[in-house]
Design a protein around this ligand. Structure first.
Ligand SMILES: Cc1cc2nc3c(=O)[nH]c(=O)nc-3n(C[C@H](O)[C@H](O)[C@H](O)COP(=O)(O)OP(=O)(O)OC[C@H]3O[C@@H](n4cnc5c(N)ncnc54)[C@H](O)[C@@H]3O)c2cc1C
Length: 434
């Protein structure tokens, strides 16, 4: 049986490992103390509870992700309203609304005042077609039409989906999201979140699955070099923090590390080299919120016109996402937490049974400095496919050429594509990008 060495135990590496486990001997080398990479849960001392490094929102139009979860028997670890329901609040204009998409392709929701974006004109939806037809150079801002449809829906969708501001964000990448989601109708847009934590949904079930196939998962094991025989065009050995690993003639390698690490291990590799941060503010409440109406149904709310962008309700913890957060890099932690707390009180108090206290509770700000590559047209062009010049080496990771921005779906899809690039069977036809 051939042996596949997977470097990196984030979701791309785990997805490849899960796909390969029944076909090959598998070893995963993960530098950190646990797998999960940028999508992980941990116990936070200050809050004295388990939190995710960042809130992750998925839409139902994520086929590779749901295939992965189904294979692991973990779909029921997600929670969501089971319908395309998105409560929103405009902090500047003090307007609340709920976007309720109609299930099929025909957008009946646009004709219903109570379901669409308040203040939008029907003609504004032309922006969706402009995004889907955009060329590789175009920015999101090039395709938007001024008005509330852009301000209250497309801009927030772009900033959170691309993690890049609209002036620089790639219209092609956002157009790909629109094609998979809004253009297909509400059934493709149902929101999902990890119910008990990202690790409980995406990591622990994968490790359990891999154990069944006797795959090895070596945490706290950093790979520092690849030895390559240019004559045969093959990787022949790995240098790891636990010593060298010699590869057999049939062995292969999947490099599923972030782009700068991959470029360090594989000289000459060009990948994204500009990054954007995401900040997450977590507040520990004395008791769970008692939400009403659409907030209760969805379990989250989107905000426009302020700093906070998405608020997620997790029992006693309120978690807030701020995307494209490089712009707030100089803002002190305490000031940012206090500012966001005031926005939360303004937004949530009318939507909950018991108002939030004026005094900010125990809180924690986590800034992931290199959360995603900057999804600009220039960075998108730097993304390589899964195949490399070496017959037994493939690339995976959300930064490879998935056609998507940095997302769970892109990461999981890329693992499957890398498996296909090495000539193994894959879980899906998603291997088309190799
Ligand atoms: C705060 C935040 C919020 C996000 N929100 C969303 C969201 O709402 N929806 C969504 O779909 N996506 C979201 N994302 C993006 C998503 O988390 C990533 O796209 C995905 O987790 C990337 O997985 P990956 O396996 O490609 O990379 P990574 O998770 O970076 O995995 C790479 C792994 O390689 C390991 N490694 C590095 N160097 C070495 C080495 N030398 N040897 C061995 N191992 C090594 C790392 O420790 C890491 O575990 C968010 C990301 C962040 C940070």
């Amino acid at each position: 049986m051939s042996h596949v060495h997977i470097i990196g135990g984030g979701l791309a590496g785990l997805s490849a490992a899960v796909d390969l486990a029944s076909q090959a001997q598998v070893t995963v080398y993960e530098a950190g103390p646990a797998c999960g990479g940028r999508a992980r849960s941990f116990h936070d001392k200050a809050l004295d509870t388990v939190i995710d490094n960042g809130n992750h929102l998925l839409l139902s139009a994520n086929p590779a992700t749901f295939r992965y979860l189904d294979r692991l028997g973990a779909r029921d670890t997600l929670k969501g309203p089971g319908a395309p329901v998105f409560p929103w609040y405009d902090l500047q204009e003090d307007v609340a609304w709920t976007l309720r998409l109609s299930p099929g392709r025909i957008p009946f929701w646009l004709l219903q005042r109570g379901s669409r974006v308040p203040g939008m004109r029907l003609g504004d939806v032309r922006a969706l077609f402009r995004l889907m037809k955009a060329d590789e150079q175009a920015s999101v801002a090039d395709c938007l039409l001024p008005g509330q449809f852009a301000r209250r829906l497309l801009e927030p969708l772009a900033v959170s989906g691309l993690n890049t501001d609209v002036k620089r964000g790639s219209a092609r990448l956002l157009g790909n999201i629109v094609r998979r989601t809004l253009a297909k109708g509400g059934n493709a847009c149902c929101p999902w979140m990890a119910a008990s934590g990202l690790s409980e949904s995406f990591v622990t079930p994968a490790l359990r699955y891999l154990e069944r196939f006797h795959a090895e998962v070596l945490t706290s094991t950093r790979v520092s070099a690849l030895q390559i025989d240019e004559g045969t065009g093959r990787v022949t050995a790995l240098e790891t923090s636990n010593g060298p690993v010699m590869l057999g003639a049939e062995d292969s390698v999947i490099l599923a590390v972030p782009s700068p690490v991959a470029a360090g291990l594989l000289p000459g590799l060009e990948g994204p080299d500009e990054f954007e941060s995401i900040a997450n503010a977590h507040y520990r409440l004395a008791q769970p919120l008692q939400p009403r109406g659409a907030l209760k149904q969805a379990g989250f709310i989107g905000l426009v016109g302020g700093v906070a962008e998405w608020v997620f309700l997790h029992d006693e913890v309120l978690s807030v996402t701020v995307s494209a957060a490089n712009r707030y890099a100089d803002w002190g932690q305490e000031d940012m937490l206090t500012h966001i707390w005031a926005e939360l009180r303004q937004t949530l108090d009318p939507l909950i049974e018991v108002p939030l206290p004026e005094a900010m509770p125990v809180a924690r700000l986590i800034r992931e400095k290199r959360a995603t590559f900057a999804a600009t047209p220039e960075q998108d062009k730097r993304r390589p496919g899964a195949k490399t010049a070496y017959a037994n080496l493939a690339l995976a990771g959300d930064w490879t050429d998935t056609g998507l921005p940095s997302t769970i779906e892109g990461a999981i899809q890329s693992g499957v594509v890398a498996v296909g690039a090495l000539g193994f069977r894959t879980a899906s036809a998603g291997a088309a990008h190799a």
